[in-house]
Design a protein around this ligand. Structure first.
Ligand code: COA
Ligand code: AMP
Length: 630
């Protein structure tokens, strides 16, 4: 069937469309109520179905005779380790660890934080939670204690699962001190930490709080899957919000399995015998959906990679993995490709490997710039396809659904709406705009299965934040347009979110930290263009009257504070001290104008600016600090 037909069906006859798709999923009891629309905007998919996430990811394949097939390949380029797990082996490990969780008094519905590097135990921990119906919340290892503490408090996690360390190029990240500090900062205190001790680095444990992974397994018994309702929650994944307080995106169980399994063929054109690789981190949505759940629901082989696109050991690592495991398709962030391009512009490393099985490169997480796409196309000689999605949705909103029908690339566009998403472009009055006109990108409610039914313990915030400005629609906070051919163009965020190396960050949360510095009166953080990371945050600091301390010292203290409170992942390394923040007469900080100046774009002097001279001063500072290169 054509894309057009499938798309139309998914919009006009959504319940039947998804009911049919849901037949592909294992249910202890099939759902009768496909979509509950009684309490908008809180829609529920498959609420009376009974199933289990882990059963669909593992047991289902074992029961269907695929137990000996490789489910997970772990390739740790940074520690030079490789391991393979069949569905049988993974099921065995998961069900045993699930038993261990039960012994630790973890029950259905309890929250468990997973703060781990890219090791198989992280996947085992996620699936074990799913097996017993506990709600996991994976926290990215690059976040600092303060961010971890926010997540502990909001989720009221009973347990933290972590490892002795993570490995970053040139350094060992010790998790235990970060966890200890987070627990100290948090109001809610988890009962226990389970720590996986990695081979070459053992953490010092506190016997009152911590217990080793191997220890909890000793008296554990394999555990069967808990029967869960379709509308129960699988996980919480915190993402940056417009304030420093992260939003707990929740995922319901039934819709999650149905939608992700469907995408593997329809969006990515993967067959069950293929090897699939998503080079992301389990701390991000891409990692949840396409390292762990999507490929395992579908029953194909997935790769878990610990390392970087460059430097572990070189810019050929991605191609080595694609070649070694006969990867059919790779999904990564454009920034990873830019990093490879920078180190290996002529593809010398690439030439060493046989990539004859490689069929497609998918990019997402930030805008894929045409130069990067064209470079990768030329090198790889396969389609390089941008697609657009968010933590909120957990799967692509727009893309080239290669398993249905492929469309030609338009450089800079993220292709067409994926079936299930009724996309519209609205102006600020909520009027639908014609093709080519830029506005807010929204999705007509209800959202398809697998998207977020609410925010953790924050129904009102869900409603207010996402569903109120445009009643009847989900506001994506991305702006762009849809052209005459139905291609979607994502141009910018409409809130304070910036995208640093594919990582979603709120400038507001960095501002909150800077404002705590005793010499800072006011501050603003903006995301400026960066050739490698897409965007980088820079700070404007206005100091309190009478401060005589050396500006350089204040800046380095501010940089250290952001690293300490948000984490190294914020990549906040640059700030300038300004006399005053540039503002309109009504007091609104002119972040957009400063961004344009820093990016050397043309800008109009805002008519309402209170002091035009301040912008010239900032421009001079940006030049002096080598931020603006004319
Ligand atoms: N645990 C602890 N620290 C981490 C971490 C983790 N899991 N991940 C990153 N960090 C740290 C890094 O060590 C670095 O610290 P530093 O300031 O001391 O150097 C900082 O956070 C920034 O890391 P990163 O964003 O990885 O930048 P980088 O300069 O080390 O590497 C790239 C640049 C482009 C190679 C890297 O960003 C990359 O591989 N990006 C792909 C992004 C991606 O997959 N995104 C997922 C969304 S799809
Ligand atoms: P996250 O929730 O971390 O996945 O970040 C989602 C945000 O990343 C989106 O709202 C966009 O702003 C941005 N994003 C993701 N994919 C793309 C893409 N293909 N093109 C442009 N922006 C993207």
């Amino acid at each position: 069937m054509s894309y057009k037909k499938i798309y139309e069906q998914s919009i006009k006859d959504k319940e039947n469309f998804w009911k049919k798709v849901s037949d592909d999923v294992f249910w202890y009891q099939k759902p009768e109520k496909i979509l509950n629309t009684e309490n908008p905007p809180f829609y529920k998919w498959f609420e009376d179905g009974v199933t289990n996430t882990c059963y669909n990811a593992l047991d289902f394949h074992v029961d269907n005779g695929l137990g000996d097939k490789v489910a997970l390949i772990w390739d740790s380029a940074i520690t030079n380790t490789k391991e393979k797990y069949t569905f049988n082996q993974l099921k065995e490990k998961v069900s045993l660890f699930a038993g261990a969780l039960k012994n630790q008094n973890i029950q259905k519905g309890d929250r468990v934080i997973i703060y781990m590097p890219m090791i198989p135990e992280a996947v085992i921990a996620m699936l074990a939670c799913a097996r017993i119906g506990a709600i996991h919340s994976v926290v990215f290892g690059g976040f600092a204690s303060n961010e971890l503490a926010n997540r502990i408090d909001d989720s009221k996690a009973k347990l933290i699962i972590s490892a002795s360390c993570g490995y970053e190029p040139g350094k060992t990240v010790e998790y235990k001190p970060l966890i200890n500090k987070a627990i100290e900062l948090a109001k809610h205190k988890p009962d226990r930490c389970i720590i996986f001790q990695r081979k070459n680095f053992k953490a010092t444990l506190d016997p009152k709080l911590d217990i080793e992974w191997d220890e909890v397994l000793k008296d554990a018994k394999p555990t069967e899957c808990e029967k869960m309702k379709g509308s129960d929650y699988a996980y919480i994944l915190y993402t940056s919000g417009t304030t420093g307080l992260p939003k707990g995106i929740v995922r319901d169980i039934g819709g999650h399995i149905v939608a992700l399994k469907w995408t593997m063929k329809n969006v990515y054109n993967i067959n069950p015998d293929d090897v699939w690789w998503s080079a992301s981190d389990i701390g991000w949505i891409v990692g949840h959906s396409y390292i762990v759940y999507g490929p395992l629901f579908y029953g194909c082989t997935t790769i878990l990679f610990e390392g970087k696109p460059v430097g572990t050991p070189d810019a050929g690592t991605f191609w080595r993995i694609v070649s070694e495991y006969k990867v059919k398709s790779l999904f990564t962030a454009p920034t990873a490709i830019r990093a490879i391009k920078k180190e290996d512009p002529n593809g010398e490393f690439f030439k060493k490997y046989d990539l004859s099985n490689f069929k497609c490169l998918f990019l997402a997480g930030e805008r894929a710039d045409p130069d990067t796409i064209k470079w990768a196309e030329k090198l790889l000689k396969v389609p390089v396809l941008d697609h657009w999605w968010q933590t909120e949705t957990s799967w692509a909103i727009s893309g080239n659904c290669t398993g249905i029908e492929s469309f030609p690339v338009k450089y800079g566009s993220a292709f067409k709406p994926v079936p299930g998403y009724n996309l519209k472009i609205l102006n600020s009055e909520g009027k639908e705009l014609e093709p080519g006109k830029m506005g807010d990108i929204v999705v007509k409610l209800p959202l398809p299965p697998g998207t977020f039914p609410t925010l953790w313990n924050a129904d009102e915030r869900y409603k207010l934040n996402y569903m109120t400005n445009y009643p009847g629609y989900y506001q994506t906070y991305d702006a762009g347009h849809i052209d005459e051919d139905g291609y979607v163009w994502i141009m910018s965020r409409t809130d304070d979110i910036i995208n640093v190396a594919g990582h979603r960050l709120s400038t507001g949360s960095i501002e909150e930290v800077l404002a705590e510095h005793k010499d800072v009166a006011e501050c603003a953080v903006i995301g400026i263009a960066d050739k490698l990371k897409g965007q980088l945050p820079i700070g404007l600091l206005a100091l309190k009257a009478g401060v005589t301390k050396d500006k350089k010292e204040i800046i380095s203290e501010c940089v250290a504070m952001v690293r300490e409170k948000v984490g190294p992942v914020a990549a906040f390394k640059t700030a300038i001290v300004v006399k005053r923040l540039p503002k309109t007469r009504s007091g609104k900080v002119l972040r957009g104008t400063v961004r344009k100046i820093a990016d050397n774009e043309t800008y109009k002097m805002p008519a309402t600016i209170d002091d035009p001279a301040i912008l010239d001063e900032i421009k001079k500072d940006l030049i002096d600090n080598n931020i603006l290169k004319l």
